[in-house]
Ligand binder design. Sequence first.
Ligand SMILES: Cc1cc2nc3c(=O)[nH]c(=O)nc-3n(C[C@H](O)[C@H](O)[C@H](O)COP(=O)(O)OP(=O)(O)OC[C@H]3O[C@@H](n4cnc5c(N)ncnc54)[C@H](O)[C@@H]3O)c2cc1C
Length: 366
Amino acid sequence: MIETKPHLIIGGGIMGLSIGCRMLREGLSPVEIFEAGEIGRSSAAWVAAGMLSPRAEAGFEDMDIYEEGLRSLERYPSFLAALQEEVGEIVPEIDRCGALLCATNRDQARELDRQFEFRMRMGIPVQKLSGEEARDREPLLATKVIAALWLEADAQINNRTLLHALREAFVKRGGTVREHTPVSEIIVKDGEAIGVRTGDEERPCETITVAAGAWSSRIGGGSRSVAVRPVKGQMIGLRMTPQSRLRQPVRTPNVYLVPKDDGRLLVGATAEEVGFDARVIAGNVMELLHHAWELVPAIYDLEVEEVLAGFRPATRDHRAVMGRSNVHNLFYCTGHWRHGILMAPMAADTVVNAMLEAKTELAEPC
Ligand SMILES: Cc1cc2nc3c(=O)[nH]c(=O)nc-3n(C[C@H](O)[C@H](O)[C@H](O)COP(=O)(O)OP(=O)(O)OC[C@H]3O[C@@H](n4cnc5c(N)ncnc54)[C@H](O)[C@@H]3O)c2cc1C
């Protein structure tokens, strides 16, 4: 019997899993995910805060990224509904909690004014609050908070639960996961990707999708034009008590605090250009906690549950690489920088649509 060649995905983080699920739903099978460590757990997506926050993230230079973020957030309900059909109750819900950008001193308040005007000009729904109004929304904010912006339409999700649900859905639909199996090389012959090398093994395939996050450019072979680097983020997980339960993510330019539905309060995050140095550094942790304590004094008494570092996949212009490459049958989905959880629904659609298009083109008579 002739074995059908599989579609291979390199990387079992949020992108690899989202693409794998969507491929199987579209009838592209069999699909195998090769993961260097543990599916989900070894990824930046495990460390991430899970904010679905295009309006709070909107900067002065990346309006295209903002627009894409909005579109991806719109797709989240159908993305989750499809998962729910497959694995039911374990799928997390979107928490439409809004987000508060706060100022604890005059400089930050001036910066907030600029941010407010920028959002008004761009038509981004935003409300300006005094310190007291901000504390009405979030009673745990320090009296030091003198002004805030309220972004009602931003949201968040439990990204760890989402990774778990995606894995379950992928396997339930017949996908294969190969953990602790790093891909060292993409084998290209005559301009076509024909397989991958993992240790001594070569695995022939139908297509390859590189979704290896910050590591995507480290894999041998493939497309030379894709350049992704790691931007390290250190994150602290605290355990909330009933008295210290925040209602929504709050942030200043120095720190954000994100309450999760499992009782964790995430305090993050650094953004460091230090390569793949995964150490958690005392000074960074101290600064993050200090800024967090200035914003929400009640964190002082909370238990520290975990301290982690993750690597955001960044391109030079912070634009993601999604779709076909210059090598036949080789696709990329990487470079989502600090928006990968937000961007997962749109990225999976973009990459799988590109695959379906490529298949149709091949099927068309010349
Ligand atoms: C501290 C921090 C906070 C963040 N907060 C947010 C947030 O609030 N909202 C948001 O939208 N985004 C956030 N992000 C960004 C988000 O986590 C990333 O953009 C997203 O995880 C990228 O997804 P990915 O699947 O491309 O990469 P990853 O999630 O990193 O997954 C890549 C996977 O590929 C595997 N891999 C690597 N090399 C190989 C190989 N050779 N062979 C096989 N497998 C391999 C890795 O082990 C890993 O599991 C945050 C990131 C960090 C670090």
